[in-house]
Write a protein that binds this ligand. Sequence first.
Ligand SMILES: Cc1cc2nc3c(=O)[nH]c(=O)nc-3n(C[C@H](O)[C@H](O)[C@H](O)COP(=O)(O)OP(=O)(O)OC[C@H]3O[C@@H](n4cnc5c(N)ncnc54)[C@H](O)[C@@H]3O)c2cc1C
Length: 474
Amino acid sequence: MADDSLAAELARVCGAENVLTGDAIGAEYNRDFLGVCEGRARAVVLPQNEKEVCAAARVCFQKRAPMVARGGGTGYAGAATPDAGGRAVVFAMRRMRKVTAVDFANRTITAEAGCVLETMQNAAAEKDLLFPLTLGAKGICQIGGNLATNAGGTNVLRYGDCRSLCLGLRAVLADGSAVGSLSGLRKDNSGYDIKQLFIGSEGTLGIITAAVFQLFSPPKARGCAFAALESPRRAAEFFHYCRGVLGESLTAFELMPRLLFSLLAKHLPQLRAPFAQTPPYAALFEFACESEKEAKEKTELLLAAALEKGMIADAVPAQTESARADFWLLRESAPEATKREGKWIKADVSLPLSHLPEFLEQTERELPALSPGKYITAFGHWGDGNMHISAMPENPAAAEKISEAVYDAVAKFGGSFSAEHGIGQKKITLLQKYKSPEELAAMRAVKNALDPHNLMNPGKVLAEKPQTEKENTK
Ligand SMILES: Cc1cc2nc3c(=O)[nH]c(=O)nc-3n(C[C@H](O)[C@H](O)[C@H](O)COP(=O)(O)OP(=O)(O)OC[C@H]3O[C@@H](n4cnc5c(N)ncnc54)[C@H](O)[C@@H]3O)c2cc1C
């Protein structure tokens, strides 16, 4: 039952039209992107600025109501979904969507947390600068959500993830106080780096309200191609070859297996496939260079040499800017095609590049042996060792064994069970299993220091469930 006094207080600080309760709460606020996690919000508040976030947080703090920050809702870990208890207030950030500054001299961009990622990319491009963070959900996800999940994407190889790109942020704590800075300094050793606590914290420490990021000079031209590969080992060879030839100018190197192309053809037939005959694996790579001429020549030379050495079996270079855009659209549509096929067991893992081929060989051998079915193992950001694994076994009883086989192999080869999608509510048991007790204790100490009443996104990341109202007001 909604607490009217809480909603009334929120309405007082944010305006009645910016507080949703009861049937006015859209289904999207209670469900995650993949439709796996379901919860129930007590109210949804839509603040317009940091002052309103602080005021709304103070209201929640006084009433000991849990707070769940929500960006674009594209996260894969169920982290933006409230629990089923019906006590949490969802802070929907979509009204705080402005780019507030593009500082050309300082090469920085500042934006409110609800700013959509693509809006930031466009704002930087208007000033002839590059904001390199990019991912398939760029038209929906928000920069606050990107920070809270430490989003990676397809340019991590060259530019790094949110942790590397962010120069500062502002965040509101559970008690309604605000911390952080937007000064955009590249050097600042004035004590602990508080911003890094909030990056990747999935809304469990505070609500990010704004952030400043570094910008780069955009490449004058880009070389881009799909290369056909016989095996993950060949992918490793070809990647090392590209890196040797192109050095730091190699900006992206993505791998896609044959099944993914079949799913794209089935569910999104309007997209153009690069190969007439789909190879077992294909790498999509891109590099920066000085001119269109150089891009064309370097791509041709590199592909010819790789063909000659037998690393790749075939190649399709992007001859025009629109062909390049089509290639990336295909890559970025892969999650949508997979989603349309049905429900999968998913893993988002990272491995040291030196062990990636062995890891993939092992999983490609072991998973189908547990149950016949559909398996996508070698898909994702090869350049930074991050693979997205999806399994749809014919025998659903094999699900647990399949997950175990994946995570045991990840542990064996020194990888991480969560590369870029975070922990949310889906990977809490994995966190408990694979983090050392000392690391978990340190994480808890930080959580308790900043959020002693466990009001910020309870039940996510660390196992603590939201306390009952009685416990929480003690
Ligand atoms: C097609 C597709 C492709 C994707 N590709 C990638 C990829 O390449 N790389 C990658 O890393 N991810 C990828 N993702 C996952 C997802 O887009 C990212 O995790 C993204 O960063 C989530 O942003 P969001 O705004 O949608 O956050 P949400 O899903 O709304 O929230 C995610 C988490 O952030 C918290 N949060 C949101 N806003 C704030 C805030 N202002 N303050 C504090 N906490 C907040 C939420 O509470 C939750 O814990 C992809 C998703 C899709 C659908």
